[in-house]
Write a protein that binds this ligand. Structure first.
Ligand code: GDP
Length: 296
């Protein structure tokens, strides 16, 4: 399971069996490999530093158990710390509010917001028997509203009728009204993205938030996001205030280090992962699986 890092640490540490406790030098040598593994998994440098410092504190002086090798022991300490940082418990979407419960999806363009909106709507409809309305507030990308309408048609979820010429805040207000009058349990707002973080985008998100008072604001982010993950998560969290993270494209060949970066800087839970393009490719987040993946 931990083969790669395990093997790398093996050659550094396995000669130590029986020497009692891990010394500061042993741990430093091991942490150089841990640091490399985390960077290869795309964890941001800033997060790697604070993470390895925490592991160092726990590892120095730790007793080497007779039954396991020191290399394995360091991997276990790293794995446990990864799981603790990623959030040990599964954090479900919170629908515990007066209906219609509004869920706002935010993130960069192409991160998977529209796809995830469709997947989440389908899941809430089928598994939790909720009456869901979706609305696209993306007036910039041509055909974005149409894309969501088609997803709604495919999944049997209602979408807000498109009215040309309205701005995102007007559409949001109309969606909130329609959800209320139509007796919907949940309203999913799919917002517009940009290719990069900019102030007008943040201002628009803040305005939509003020207008619709969402119960959940989910940052949708591509799991292949590298060093930018920290900046992305921090900007959205500070400016808009997120309640959770959805990590998409976990089916790709990335190692998912963005999960650790985003969770570490915001403290907000990763709630769901996108595992493919199909409408049922949405799963609960399990910290342990991502921890294994990050360790390689
Ligand atoms: P948006 O601009 O944030 O709304 O992004 P879209 O929802 O349009 O997604 C952009 C592309 O990513 C589309 O081709 C989706 O099919 C694809 N996509 C979204 N989520 C996933 C995922 O979890 N796995 C894979 N493989 N593709 C995804």
């Amino acid at each position: 399971m931990f083969d790669s890092l395990q093997n790398r640490l093996g050659s550094i540490l396995n000669g130590l069996t029986g020497r009692g406790a891990l010394s500061a030098d042993d741990v430093s040598a091991a942490l150089r490999e841990v640091r490399r593994a985390l960077l290869e998994a795309d964890v941001s440098l800033e997060v790697v530093r604070s993470f390895t410092d925490r592991v160092r504190t726990k590892a120095v002086g730790a007793e080497i158990l007779k039954s396991i090798r020191p290399g394995q022991m360091v991997v276990k300490l790293v794995h446990d710390e990864l799981v603790a940082t990623l959030g040990s418990d599964h954090s479900p979407i919170d629908l515990n509010a007066a209906a219609p419960v509004t869920i706002m999806m935010v993130g960069l363009q192409g991160s998977g917001k529209t796809t995830t909106s469709g997947k989440l709507a389908k899941r809430l409809t089928e598994k939790q028997r909720k009456k869901v309305l979706m609305a696209s507030l993306d007036t910039r990308r041509p055909a974005a509203q149409e894309q969501l309408r088609i997803l709604g048609e495919q999944t049997g979820v209602a979408t807000l009728p498109i009215i040309a010429g309205q701005d995102p805040v007007e559409i949001a207000a109309r969606a909130a009204q329609a959800a209320k009058l139509g007796g919907y349990d949940v309203l999913i707002l799919d917002t517009a993205g940009r290719t990069h973080i900019d102030e007008p985008l943040m201002a628009e998100m803040a305005e939509i938030k003020a207008r619709t008072k969402p119960h959940e604001i989910l940052l949708v982010a591509d799991s292949l996001t590298g060093q930018d993950a920290v900046n992305l998560a921090r900007s959205f969290d500070e400016r808009v205030g997120i309640t959770g993270i959805v990590l998409t494209r976990i089916d790709g060949d990335g190692r998912g280090g963005a999960a650790l970066s985003m969770r570490a800087v915001t403290g907000k839970p990763i709630k769901l992962i996108g595992t493919g393009e199909k409408m049922d490719a949405l799963e609960d987040f399990h910290p342990s699986r991502i921890a294994d993946r990050i360790l390689g």
